[in-house]
Structures are given as structure tokens and as C-alpha cells.
Ligand binder design. Structure first.
Ligand SMILES: Nc1ncnc2c1ncn2[C@@H]1O[C@H](COP(=O)(O)OP(=O)(O)O)[C@@H](O)[C@H]1O
Ligand SMILES: [Mg+2]
Length: 267
């Protein structure tokens, strides 16, 4: 998730998903940007059904899931994972209320039990749907870039989630950096503000370097990890995947027996 749009959430989700799937973890990539969904575009696929159909028309979620979403483009692809796409331009779902949230959880949780990891790509902003999705996850990752506007928007998102929902645990990825120095500086700024004003201590997961290969992958509508696994950004994303797996391993005993997506009530 992120406060600001265009900071790289969808590309990081897609390629992180690819990397985790390659490491052998059954993975579902879920497009939770119900206003401006685009994981399907990044993969160059046109799904028949989407999350909104499941929610609004009662479609079976198993029929909306696209199996082997990346491998279908290239038979040689090692990283096979499934995606649950969403539709763009459905304004009534950018502000999900609690009834809608409960319905969503009830309809999709049964199908999600088949997966070890569910990776959710959220929309930008701090509105109801973003908050609902953010609260459902076991691990939350905030993405920002070194731009001051990305920083203030990331801070605003952490603020609403911590003050309204009592969520205090956040991992941070600084995207589009020139190098380690920029990563550290950006993270420090966010961390200092969060500690001082919110009593929240976000944890740095890592950074992804600015990389023209990522932009080329977007234009070619294929995952960076598939086209350019040696690119700087691809290497950085692999490191993020390894770190997430380490955190996941520590959490696994506590997640045992829990539903994939949970309802976290407002404080
Ligand atoms: N590490 C990066 N290096 C270069 N360009 C990037 C990088 N990350 C994101 N971009 C650019 O930013 C654009 C928006 O990324 P996207 O993943 O769609 O953002 P979001 O989902 O947060 O709105 C991409 O299409 C790409 O052009
Ligand atoms: Mg996006």
C-alpha cells in the first residue's frame, strides 16, 4: 500500500509475487485497487471476470481467479502464480463499508485457503477500501519514493491506520532510489515523524533502485523478473522476497488455523 499513487506498488507486487512463486510458494496475487486496477494490464491479460463480479454479481471467486497468470504468457516461465484481477472504474467500491468488507471476506476466504501466500496490491489513498484491505492482512508493506509528497502521504496512511484501527506494524519499501543513501534518508524521515507524532516505529524492509528496465517491462506487459532477472531492480526485489519469507517464517506458528483474510474491528 501507499498514500500516493504511482510509487510502484503494482510493479513491486507483481515482481515480488513472481519472485516468491519462483521460490516455490503457492501464491495468489490479488488486485485490491478497486478504482484503478492494473495487474492484468501489467501481465498483458484480459480476464473474463474480476473481484467486483464476485462482490456485486455473486460470481464464484474460483471462476475469477486466473491460473498461472504469468506462465500463460511464456511457457518457459518458472514463476507460476495465480491472480485475482479487479475491474477499473467501479466507483462504488472505492469506499468499501463494513457490510461489503464482511461479504468480501466471506466469499473469497474459502478459495484463498488453497494458497500459502496472498499478496494484495492496494490502491493509493487513505479511503475506506484501502483501510479495509490494509486491516485484513497479516503483514503490511508501505511503499514510498524519495519524493516529499510520497513521504507525507505514506505518513498520512500510517496515521489513519494507527489512530483509527490501532494498527502499529508497518514494513517500509523505498522505491525508485539512486542507492543506499537515499533509502536511508527517506526511511529516516518517515520513521522520525512516525515515532514522534504517532508512537509508531515502522521497520525498513529495503529499497528498489530506479531502473529503466522496469519501465521497459511495463511497456512490454511482462514481469521484470521474467524479462530481466539480472536487472538492478529485479535483484533488489529478490532481496525483499527473501526478507519477507524470513519474517513470514517467524509468524507462521501464529497464523496457523487463522483465516487468510481477517476482520479487524475499529478501535
Ligand atoms: N524502480 C523503478 N524504476 C523506474 N521506474 C519505476 C520504478 N518503480 C516504478 N516506476 C515507474 O512508475 C510507474 C508507476 O508504477 P506502478 O507500479 O503502476 O505504481 P502504483 O501501483 O503505486 O500506482 C511505472 O509504470 C514505472 O514507469
Ligand atoms: Mg497500482
Amino acid at each position: 500500500m501507499s498514500g500516493k499513487g504511482g510509487v510502484g506498488k503494482s510493479n513491486l507486487s507483481l515482481n515480488l509475487g513472481y519472485s516468491l512463486a519462483q521460490k516455490g510458494h503457492g501464491l495468489l496475487l490479488m488486485d485490491c485497487d478497486l478504482g484503478l486496477a492494473n495487474l492484468d494490464v501489467l501481465l498483458g491479460i484480459t480476464p473474463d471476470r474480476n473481484l467486483q463480479d464476485v462482490l456485486l454479481s455473486g460470481a464464484d471467486v474460483r471462476n475469477a481467479i486466473v491460473k498461472n497468470a504469468a506462465a500463460s504468457l511464456d511457457k518457459k516461465t518458472a514463476g507460476a502464480f495465480d491472480i485475482l484481477p479487479a475491474a477499473s472504474g467501479v466507483p462504488e467500491l472505492t469506499d468499501m463499508n463494513s457490510d461489503m468488507r464482511d461479504l468480501l471476506i466471506k466469499r473469497i476466504n474459502p478459495a484463498l485457503r488453497d494458497y500459502k501466500i496472498i499478496l494484495m496490491d492496494l490502491g493509493a489513498g487513505i479511503h475506506g477500501t484501502v483501510q479495509s484491505f490494509a486491516a485484513m492482512a497479516a503483514i503490511r508493506v508501505i511503499v514510498l519514493t524519495p519524493e516529499p509528497t510520497a513521504l507525507t502521504d505514506a505518513y498520512a496512511l500510517i496515521k489513519v491506520l494507527s489512530q483509527d484501527l490501532g494498527v502499529k506494524d508497518f514494513l517500509v519499501v523505498v522505491n525508485d532510489v539512486a542507492g543506499k543513501k537515499e533509502e536511508e534518508l527517506t526511511f529516516k524521515r518517515l520513521e522520525t515523524a512516525c515515532r514522534k507524532f504517532l508512537n509508531v516505529s515502522p521497520v525498513l524492509l529495503g529499497s528498489v533502485r530506479h531502473d529503466l528496465k522496469l519501465q521497459e517491462a511495463v511497456i512490454r506487459q511482462k514481469p521484470l523478473m521474467e524479462l530481466f532477472p539480472e536487472a538492478n531492480a529485479a535483484q533488489d526485489i529478490t532481496t525483499l522476497a527473501d526478507r519477507i519469507l524470513k519474517i513470514y517464517a517467524r509468524m507462521e506458528p501464529y497464523l496457523e488455523g487463522q483465516e487468510p483474510l481477517r476482520i479487524l474491528e475499529k478501535k
